[in-house]
Design a protein around this ligand. Sequence first.
Ligand code: MCA
Ligand code: AMP
Length: 507
Amino acid sequence: MNKSTNQNLYRLFQSRFPKDIDNIFLEHARGTLSFADLELTSGRYAAVLKSSGVTKGDRVVVQVSKSPEAVLLYLACLRVGAVYIPLNTAYTLAEVSYFIDDAKPRLIVCKPAMQEQFSSAFASRGAAVVLTMAGDGTGSFSDRALTLEADPAVIHSAENDLAAILYTSGTTGRSKGAMLTHGNLSSNALVLHEYWGWEPDDVLLHALPIFHVHGLFVALHCALLNASKVVFHTKFEADQIVKALPHVTVFMGVPTFYTRLLETPEFDLQTCQNIRLFISGSAPLLTESFTAFENLTGHKILERYGMTEAGMITSNPYEGERIAGSVGFALPGVTARVADQNGAERPHGEVGILEITGANVFAGYWQMPEKTAEEFRADGYFITGDMAVMDETGRIEIVGRAKDLVISGGFNVYPKEVETIIDEIPEVTESAVIGVPHPDFGEAVTAVIVANEGNTLGADNVRAYLERKLANFKQPKRIIIVSKLPRNAMGKVQKKALREQYAGIFS
Ligand code: MCA
Ligand code: AMP
């Protein structure tokens, strides 16, 4: 790759804009946005960023509702070389404070309702400017944009320059910022666009949140590389999706999207008449869902596997066989091996931890060199923490997780984080947070708590405490108070025993 060429991801998108720049890019509840609008308004937003003091490498933290304007804000960050940090809209002020302290952004963009709280909470934390953006795009950010000329520039970026930091929690309970470069994002987008056989007339139905890899990168980047129209829904509502599906060709979702569609009476063969490709990921797609979906629609959902630190890693083939329960093959450019605890490759057919290398693999955790070093082998392989089996053909199945992680409706919840907060409650002796099967969310966060002796701690007290501290999707769907937790001979809490004991509580 010629080092002097601009590797900025936005430059790549620009190179794929349609011949007719007035073609529609986003179709949304309030109207449409063309590629010309995209270019102009992201240029205006870039001017706002610059006028707010944002320069190359500065972090911009964004916690706003999903909207076309939020997409443009992301693209504007790319254009000025800022490091985009999207946050789940469900995060509480307490959670956001950690990210602000860690990332030290130059600019924070939040919902108007949060402006006062953010401004007072973060005023003392360096030079962060706080601007607002509402779900309808209005707010101080857009107000400022109206007063400025569009800046046509796309800053020169090298492959290794940071484009985004996405926070992922960890088994220690402390969130880590995964640093993703322009090279990481471009390479993964180009591979997926090719591998999934995007066609000139494809139209994408987008109903995922845009603060995670799936909705922000996988879905939007593929559409942008294809100059496709995106039918943009601000959230997943099964009845609305059923109405929109006949007008699109590609749909991406977490398994909960598919189980909810299957439960919607209006969802049938007719709904899917124009669909070329259904893709699922972020959590395991149950074989029952895969089969029920195929029986109803004739479509085999294409399951792929990825993670924040590496974007997409494996995929079932587009042309070849899509097998339920398998996540397919390492994507072109990704090398995968199944290894033991020491990184030594295991024979085909045996379970081990999946390790990977490739241009998609992140540049490390923000300001955590030791944590980064722990997650890489000496030969450069990244340890995913997922348990896998690979057959002789290279086909991979994810069979479990070495990391203590619950995936609820496609959102990751690290038990340690929830346990730490529950344990702050004075009446609590100890707690164990587990994931148990749930018909809608796949897994549901469940807390098993031991209260201090003689105490009348109730589930409601715990709930009330957690509400202020934790995002709603991390809050336990069930709280169970017990007299003691099962432990092994070493005194370690046996979560496996708890998962087995409570496996049926949501069925
Ligand atoms: C909402 N709630 C949840 C979840 N979402 N509870 C547990 N797990 C969840 N995922 C709760 C709320 O707290 C609320 O509880 C109630 O459900 C209704 O909230 P609402 O917002 O209306 O929920 P919803 O619209 O029905 O949302 C469910 C959803 C959503 C559509 C499945 O969670 C979703 O869009 N998930 C997608 C996640 C995603 O994009 N993941 C990709 C990560 P209460 O009523 O008690 O207040 S990227 C990734 O994993 C890697 C890289 C990869 O491979 O893609
Ligand atoms: P995140 O940290 O949000 O990037 O989540 C990444 C994790 O989601 C992976 O490490 C896996 O545990 C899980 N995951 C993603 N896609 C799949 C899939 N298709 N099947 C099973 N697990 C998946």
